[in-house]
Design a protein around this ligand. Structure first.
Ligand code: AMP
Ligand code: ZN
Length: 476
């Protein structure tokens, strides 16, 4: 089967054909940097990482953009409460986000545009002006600018939505009085007192962009009017992605996106893991309990992206353990298998068994069927282990299997080597400890080791200096 993906727009599996092969343009909605991302968010980012890696394995050249939403109600509120500038407030969360990406081995996108960068703000304003010119947007009495959904007949096609459902019924919230239609969404939000010193000048007065226009402006600015793939979690479908289509196509008159791909949620007791429900773990929470980025990556990647990952256990603690225990077992199997293969490949054994096939890749071609692909991996492990038990696997075959692992690991990124960059505070402690040891201050050195341990890091002193690794937690 050739490469196929499920397109949310058509609700069907479609053969993948980018506009300009082998190039693929891909836009993925990024984090709002008002706190650290939770593992639900990372389920979305890991799905996108798997998608990019598989496309690359299949020879495509992926150009991926992920936006950073660094202005919205929540970031403004956070900055106000902390009594610091918006930028000072969002900066540490941005940095933390990149550290988390490294921890989970998520490939970096080519670009991470920020919504408050002047270049993109200018583009948003330009797009809004164009929409007004085309009668697709209007400034309301409250001075905000809204998209006029009645004038865009395609509105609702992505979400398969009946527009009638968006008509006002009974009471309308006071902040929506000004709009012509309850479904009209804000493109430009007029400044109000809550915004404090956050705001930009525009032809419609001081204000700030709406969240949806940010993505339309940044995606088209960097990837052109027409994208091959646009991703997010299913909660992004409406209104966010629906609005992106209306704005982008409203301005360009061209089909915005070929393939819309959305991942199902990470749930807790049948509810979406989310900040607002308070039922979430940040990646840092999980790592602090002693689990590695590799284990969490495995836990989040192993279930098909369109299948919900649900925790129905009593407490979050238990679900976290179940999530990571499975990973630990699976990863140990892989590690032990690789170890055996390495021994066999270095031996003189001449006998061979059938070598690897490309089943792993072919299974992934079917809408990223990762559970099927992992099935191929574990079945291969079982078979080769059996052959090694029976002394039937030769050195050449073992080498072929090791090579196969290297290849599939370009997609899985599950090798045992922890390659994460050290968080800055850990790096500072490690450096302080190095200096303490140079000064032969052993007491200080021990204190710093305890400090690093407490933060979940293991320190080993070797002839090449100290080695810092993630601490492996207790078996749950
Ligand atoms: P947000 O910061 O809420 O805009 O979310 C960032 C990304 O994470 C979006 O693509 C969301 O769709 C996705 N997301 C949020 N919560 C979850 C969840 N519980 N499971 C999977 N993806 C999620
Ligand atoms: Zn977006």
């Amino acid at each position: 089967m050739a490469l196929h993906f499920f397109n949310t727009y058509s609700r069907a599996l479609e053969k993948f054909a980018p506009r300009h092969p082998p190039n693929v343009s891909m836009y993925t909605c990024g984090p709002t940097v008002y706190s650290n991302a939770h593992i639900g968010n990372f389920r979305a980012y890991i799905f996108e990482d798997l998608l990019q890696r598989h496309l690359e394995m299949r020879g495509f050249k992926v150009h991926r953009v992920m936006n950073i939403t660094d202005v919205d109600d929540k970031t403004i509120r956070g900055a106000r409460e902390a009594k610091i500038s918006l930028n000072a407030f969002t900066e540490p969360f941005k940095r933390g986000f990149f550290e988390d990406l490294d921890t989970l081995r998520i490939k970096r996108a080519d670009e991470y545009p920020g919504a408050t960068e002047p270049h993109y703000l200018a583009r948003m304003i330009e797009m809004i002006a164009e929409l007004i010119k085309r009668d697709l947007a209007y400034q309301a009495e409250d001075k905000s600018v809204y998209f006029r959904i009645n004038k865009f007949p395609e509105y609702g096609k992505l979400a398969h939505l009946n527009l009638e459902e968006l008509r006002p019924t009974g009471r309308v919230r006071s902040d929506e009085y000004e709009k012509e239609n309850i479904g009209d969404f804000a493109l430009w939000k007029a400044w109000d007192e809550e915004d404090g010193d956050v705001g930009w000048d525009s032809p419609w007065g001081r204000g700030r962009p709406g969240w949806h226009i940010e993505c339309s402006a940044m995606s088209t600015a960097l990837l052109g009017d027409q994208l091959d793939i646009h991703c997010g979690g299913v909660d992004n479908i409406f209104p966010h992605h629906e609005a992106e289509i209306a704005q982008s196509e409203g301005v360009t008159g061209k089909k915005f996106v070929r393939y819309w791909m959305h991942c199902a949620h990470l749930l807790v007791d049948n509810q979406k893991m989310s900040k607002s429900l308070g039922n979430f773990y940040t990646l840092r929470d999980v790592i602090a309990k002693g689990y590695s980025g590799r284990e969490v990556r495995y836990a989040l990647v192993r279930v098909h992206y369109r299948v919900q990952l649900n925790f129905t256990f009593d407490g979050m603690e238990e679900s976290r353990q179940a999530l990571t225990r499975k990973s630990r077992q699976a990863l140990t199997r892989i590690d032990e298998w690789l170890e055996r293969l390495r021994e066999t490949s270095a031996s003189q054994k001449a006998r061979g068994t059938p070598g690897p096939t490309d089943d792993f890749q072919r299974v992934l071609d079917d809408d990223l069927n990762i559970s099927g692909a992992l099935g191929v991996l574990f079945e291969s492990i079982r078979e080769t282990n059996r052959a090694m038990d029976a002394n039937e696997l030769g050195a050449t075959a073992a080498k072929a299997w090791l090579q196969w692992w290297d290849e599939i690991n370009r997609v899985l990124a599950l090798d045992a080597v922890e390659t994460v960059a050290l968080p800055s505070e850990v790096e500072a402690l490690a450096e302080a400890r190095r200096l303490a040891r140079l000064a032969k201050n052993w007491q200080k050195s021990d204190e710093l080791r305890s400090e690093l341990n407490a933060r979940g890091w293991e320190v080993r002193d070797t002839k090449d200096g100290q080695k810092i690794t993630r601490r492996v937690g207790p078996e749950p």
